[in-house]
Structure formats: structure tokens, C-alpha cells
Design a protein around this ligand. Structure first.
Ligand code: HEC
Ligand code: HEC
Ligand code: HEC
Ligand code: HEC
Ligand code: HEC
Ligand code: HEC
Length: 413
């Protein structure tokens, strides 16, 4: 009986710890959030993230910088806002080297949902939502999550041990007290018996389940950052058909790769350049191409755009943690590295699969080994000392490491 005094609070504590996670998850279960998330991931992530600058500014707290009306007009047609002479817009446009943000045919409600998503992502730490669906969430905030899991696991184990010790201690104590008062008491129940008691077994199973639950979610989230990750996409788009058999240039679709940081996943309107005419595919007939029509609101019979559009929610495969800076054009243009060196033979894949670990060692090793196109590329004309050494024969080649490619701050914010 005495033991239950300790077991009950332990149960309560465990439950509290568990509901803590569930309660904090709530804003992400909201329908507005979910719609906003879908739209944001399909239409905005090619240029924006909430907490880091990509092609455009980090959108954290943007709802504090501008009011909802301004944001709605901006997202619908940013160029119109800039042309109206709005000083904030003009300054922002100049700051981002006059990069033009795409116009979006979104309703006020859709935009408000995107803002809800941005607000939650700004204000509610991702680590508080260990139950977030890994498929949709990709691999965001894995770092904080793993710390959280470890933290919880340690706390739970410690609590269990403390409770066990305490319960045995009080058992012995009360036995001593009672003996002192002249009562005859049977020997304290041995540890083995406590462990096999029903309550204890239930408790162990419960903590086991909680721990396994966290571990599973954590693993699922890690998947997003792993080599060989190959999720099923919402449209069965095949690189083998497009980049392989039909030899469409990678940068026809991923036009960002030579321009800036992000390679950019193309929107469905780009697919329509060809798929207005190509209505059937060799493997899936009309079903998969039909999804492009659904996304763009195209009616293949009347050959007109109806008004209803629906974003394609591509699942992001490659995903570096937020603290790492990686720039495509630096590698593709300045470095002359081929897409396949990092991404593998994409043109032979029906389903894209992550080819490298994307770990720090992978980046550093290549920087140590790869020679930069020092003599031919104008980009490197400022490195006078290295040029002289090269001329005098003191060194025979210049690697990325020599120009600073293994310095921490080059890759970390
Ligand atoms: C093709 C790239 C691109 C896409 C796609 C894009 N943006 Fe932008 N966005 C920019 C750039 C670049 C800026 C900075 C201003 C400029 O250069 O026009 C910007 C600025 C903004 C701003 C103002 C930020 C501030 O700090 O005041 C908001 C809000 C915004 N974008 C929201 C969105 C939303 C929401 C989406 C998705 C529906 C989206 N953007 C999609 C490129 C993009
Ligand atoms: C016709 C347009 C098109 C062409 C051409 C194309 N891609 Fe893609 N690519 C896409 C689309 C759409 C996706 C998103 C769906 C997917 O992952 O399959 C994508 C995804 C990717 C991804 C994974 C992105 C992520 O989420 O991490 C990589 C890497 C990639 N492409 C590289 C290439 C390379 C390299 C080439 C040239 C050999 C190429 N692509 C040619 C349209 C294209
Ligand atoms: C430059 C032209 C071009 C572009 C752009 C293009 N496609 Fe295609 N697509 C093709 C061709 C060609 C085929 C093959 C048709 C055939 O073999 O009958 C095809 C086939 C397909 C199929 C049918 C697959 C099957 O086996 O049934 C799908 C789905 C598809 N494309 C999706 C997309 C998506 C999504 C985009 C935009 C990201 C896109 N395409 C952009 C040219 C293009
Ligand atoms: C030096 C290695 C390297 C090369 C070369 C490279 N990529 Fe990438 N790519 C990456 C990494 C790393 C990421 C993940 C970036 C992130 O999460 O911020 C990525 C992400 C992507 C994505 C997902 C969207 C994005 O930009 O984050 C696409 C699409 C893509 N690459 C296409 C290409 C294409 C097309 C080429 C060739 C023109 C290319 N890449 C060349 C390493 C490379
Ligand atoms: C296949 C080889 C290769 C891989 C893998 C690679 N890089 Fe690079 N990287 C290069 C080359 C070549 C250059 C030289 C181009 C230049 O000078 O800008 C470069 C340059 C850079 C620079 C600029 C260095 C400077 O001193 O200006 C940064 C930052 C960078 N890489 C980050 C990364 C990150 C982060 C990763 C891993 C996610 C990565 N790279 C993976 C080949 C690679
Ligand atoms: C060439 C690019 C590059 C350079 C240079 C670099 N890092 Fe990293 N670093 C990365 C990448 C990419 C990751 C993400 C690895 C992952 O997600 O597994 C990372 C992750 C980390 C982490 C997080 C631990 C982890 O495994 O996630 C720490 C800490 C770190 N780096 C410290 C440093 C320090 C200190 C230096 C300088 C001595 C440095 N890095 C230089 C690319 C780089």
C-alpha cells in the first residue's frame, strides 16, 4: 500500500510530461496552420525559410514588420507594391539586389493561413512538437529534437530510479518505526517482487512506450537527412524520363542553381510549358499528368485555366540544418562542380534518392581534395600570394582548402 503513494505521483508526472508535448503540439494541428504549411512549402520554400535567409528574407516576425493588408498586396503582386513607390518595398527590393519575387494568385484567406504558419513557426519552437508528421515536416529542427529526446529519456530514467530507492527506503523506515513500537512486521518485500508487481510492470511498460515513441519519431525525422532518402512524391515525376530520355537540361527546371543559393524546385506552371501539349505519359497515362492540371487549374478539354489552383506539395529530400550555409552557384558556376558529383546520376532515377550524407566530413573532404580552376577563372584573381607561389613552383595546385574552404565561418552562420 505504502508504495502506491510513490507510484501514483510518478504516474501523474509521466502523464504530465507526456501531455506537455501534446499540448504544445496543438497550434500545429490547426487546420489554418496545415493549409498554410502546405502552401508555404509548395510555393515559398524555393526562396524563403522562416528562420533563415534564402533567396528572399527570413520571414520570421514579418507580421510585425508589416500589417496584413500590406502583406496581402505584396504576396499577390510585389512588383506592383514596389512600383507604387512604397518606401519599405523599394528599400527591400534594392537590398535583395532587385530579385523579383513571383506573383501569387492566392486568396486573402490562403495568405492569412500562410501567415498563421509563419507565426507558429516563429513563436512555437519545433522541438515542442515531437509528434509532427515526419513526411510533411521533412527534417526540420532535428538537432533540438534529439536533445529534447535525450533530455526526456534521462529525466524519466532518473525519476524511476529515485522513486524506487525512495519507496524501498520508506518501507524500511516504517518497518523500523513499527518494530520500535513493538509491532512484528514481516521482512521488507525484495526488489524482485516489487519489479514483478503489477503496478511496477505497468509503469515499466508505460515508460518504455514513451521512450520508444520519442525514439521512433526522432528516427523518422532523421530520415530526412539521410543518404538514400527517397520519399514518394505527390506526382510521380521521373527524372529518367525528363532529364534522361528527353535530355531536358537540369537548369531548365532548377534555374536557381547558377543564380544563387537555392537550386529551386519548379512550380507547376513551368511543367505546363510542355504538358499543355503532352497529356498522357508512357507509364501512368493521364493520372499523373492530370495532377499538374489540377494544380494549375487547367481544363484540358476546354484548354482554359479555371480559377482553382492547388499547390503541389513536393517533399524536400536534401536538407541541411539551419546553421549551415550552402550556395549552389558558388559550386556550380565558380567551382565548376557538376550536379552529378553531389547528387549522383539523377538522370537515371525514376525516384530521386539522396546520394551523399551531406555531413560535415563530406563537404570538408571534397574541399581538401578538389583543385580550384585557379588559372582560368577570373573569380580567383585576388589571391595574389597563391598565384605567385604557383608561378614560382612552390606549390603545384590550389585546393578549395587553400582559399579558406575549411574555415568554420565559411559554412556556419
Ligand atoms: C522566386 C523567389 C521567391 C518566391 C517563390 C517567394 N518570394 Fe517572397 N521574396 C522574395 C524576395 C527576393 C524578396 C525580397 C524583396 C524583393 O527583392 O522583391 C521577398 C520578400 C518577401 C516578403 C517581405 C519580407 C520582409 O522582410 O518584409 C514577404 C512577406 C514574402 N516575400 C512572402 C512570400 C510568400 C508568402 C511566398 C510564397 C507564397 C513567397 N514570398 C515566395 C523572393 C521570393
Ligand atoms: C522537367 C523538370 C526537371 C528537370 C529537367 C530536372 N529536374 Fe530535378 N526536380 C524536378 C522536380 C519537379 C523535383 C521535385 C520532385 C522530385 O523530387 O522528384 C526535382 C527534384 C530534384 C532533386 C531533389 C530535390 C530535393 O528535394 O532535395 C534534385 C537533387 C534534382 N532534382 C536534381 C536534378 C538534376 C541534377 C537534374 C539534371 C540531370 C534535374 N534535376 C533535372 C524537376 C526537374
Ligand atoms: C520540356 C518539356 C517538359 C517539361 C517542362 C515537363 N515535362 Fe513532363 N514530360 C515531358 C515528356 C517529353 C514526357 C514523356 C511523354 C512520353 O514519353 O510519352 C513527360 C512525361 C511526364 C509524366 C508522365 C509519366 C508517366 O510515365 O506516365 C509526368 C507525370 C510528368 N511528365 C510530369 C511533369 C512535371 C510534374 C513537370 C514539372 C515539374 C514536367 N513534367 C515538366 C516533357 C516535359
Ligand atoms: C557541391 C555539391 C552540390 C552540387 C554541385 C549541386 N548540388 Fe544541389 N544540393 C546540394 C546540397 C548540399 C543541397 C541541400 C541544400 C540545403 O539544404 O540548403 C542541395 C539541394 C538541391 C536541391 C533542392 C532544393 C535546394 O536548392 O535546396 C535541388 C533541386 C538541387 N540541389 C539541384 C541541383 C542541380 C540541378 C545541380 C546542378 C546544376 C546541383 N544541385 C548541384 C549539393 C550540391
Ligand atoms: C564535390 C566537391 C564539393 C563538395 C561535396 C562540397 N563543396 Fe563546397 N566547394 C567546392 C569547390 C570546388 C569550391 C570552390 C568554389 C569557390 O571558390 O567558390 C567550393 C567552395 C565552397 C565555399 C566557399 C569557400 C570560399 O573560401 O569562398 C563554401 C562556403 C562551401 N563550398 C560550402 C560547402 C558546404 C557547406 C558543403 C557541404 C554541404 C560543400 N561545400 C560541399 C567543392 C565542394
Ligand atoms: C565545408 C563546410 C563546413 C566547414 C568548413 C565546417 N563545417 Fe561544421 N558542419 C557542416 C555541415 C554540412 C554540418 C551538418 C552535418 C549534419 O547535419 O550531419 C556541420 C555540422 C557542424 C556541427 C554540428 C554537429 C553535427 O554533427 O550536426 C558543429 C558543432 C560544427 N559543424 C562545427 C564546425 C567547426 C567548429 C568548424 C571549423 C573547424 C566547422 N564546423 C567547419 C559544414 C562545415
Amino acid at each position: 500500500m505504502l508504495r502506491s503513494k510513490f507510484l501514483l505521483p510518478l504516474f501523474a508526472l509521466l502523464l504530465a510530461l507526456n501531455t506537455l508535448g501534446v499540448a504544445a503540439q496543438d497550434p500545429r494541428a490547426d487546420a489554418a496552420y496545415k493549409e498554410g504549411e502546405g502552401l508555404f512549402k509548395a510555393q515559398c520554400t524555393s526562396c524563403h525559410a522562416v528562420n533563415k535567409q534564402v533567396v528572399g528574407p527570413a520571414l520570421a516576425k514579418v507580421y510585425e514588420r508589416r500589417d496584413a493588408d500590406w502583406l496581402r498586396s505584396w504576396i499577390k503582386n510585389s512588383q506592383a507594391v514596389i512600383k507604387s513607390g512604397d518606401p519599405y518595398a523599394v528599400e527591400l527590393f534594392n537590398k535583395y539586389n532587385k530579385s523579383v519575387m513571383t506573383s501569387f494568385n492566392l486568396s486573402d484567406k490562403q495568405i492569412d493561413n500562410i501567415l498563421t504558419y509563419i507565426k507558429v513557426e516563429t513563436e512555437v519552437p519545433a522541438a515542442a512538437a515531437p509528434g509532427a508528421a515526419p513526411a510533411a515536416g521533412g527534417a526540420e529542427a532535428t538537432g533540438t529534437n534529439s536533445n529534447m529526446t535525450l533530455f526526456l529519456a534521462i529525466i524519466l530514467t532518473l525519476l524511476g530510479v529515485v522513486m524506487l530507492v525512495l519507496s524501498r527506503l520508506t518501507g524500511t523506515l516504517s518497518k523500523l518505526v513499527k518494530e520500535k513500537m513493538g509491532q512484528i512486521v514481516p521482512d521488507s518485500i525484495p526488489l524482485g517482487k516489487i519489479l514483478s508487481s503489477k503496478k511496477m510492470a505497468a509503469l515499466l511498460i508505460l515508460s518504455g512506450c514513451i521512450f520508444l515513441g520519442y525514439a521512433t519519431v526522432e528516427q523518422a525525422q532523421m530520415l530526412g537527412r539521410q543518404k538514400d532518402y527517397a520519399p514518394t512524391q505527390p506526382i510521380k515525376f521521373s527524372h529518367k524520363i525528363h532529364a534522361g530520355a528527353n535530355k531536358i537540361d537540369c537548369q531548365y527546371c532548377h534555374s536557381g542553381a547558377s543564380k544563387g543559393k537555392s537550386a529551386v524546385i519548379p512550380g507547376p506552371s513551368l511543367c505546363m510549358n510542355c504538358h499543355k501539349a503532352i497529356k498522357e505519359g508512357p507509364v501512368y497515362g493521364k493520372t499523373e499528368i492530370g495532377k499538374i492540371y489540377a494544380a494549375t487549374g487547367w481544363n484540358p478539354d476546354s484548354m482554359k485555366y479555371l480559377n482553382k489552383t492547388k499547390p503541389v506539395e513536393w517533399i524536400r529530400i536534401h536538407n541541411l540544418p539551419d546553421h549551415v550555409y550552402f550556395n549552389h552557384s558558388q559550386h556550380v558556376v565558380a567551382g565548376g562542380v557538376k550536379c552529378q558529383t553531389c547528387h549522383g546520376e539523377i538522370q537515371e532515377m525514376d525516384v530521386v534518392k539522396q546520394n551523399a550524407t551531406l555531413g560535415m566530413g563530406w563537404c570538408i573532404n571534397c574541399h581538401r581534395e578538389t583543385e580550384v580552376q585557379f588559372k582560368v577563372n577570373n573569380f580567383y584573381k585576388d589571391y595574389e600570394i597563391l598565384h605567385e607561389k604557383l608561378k614560382s613552383g612552390a606549390i603545384s595546385k590550389v585546393t578549395v582548402e587553400d582559399i579558406g574552404g575549411t574555415e568554420c565561418q565559411k559554412c556556419h552562420y
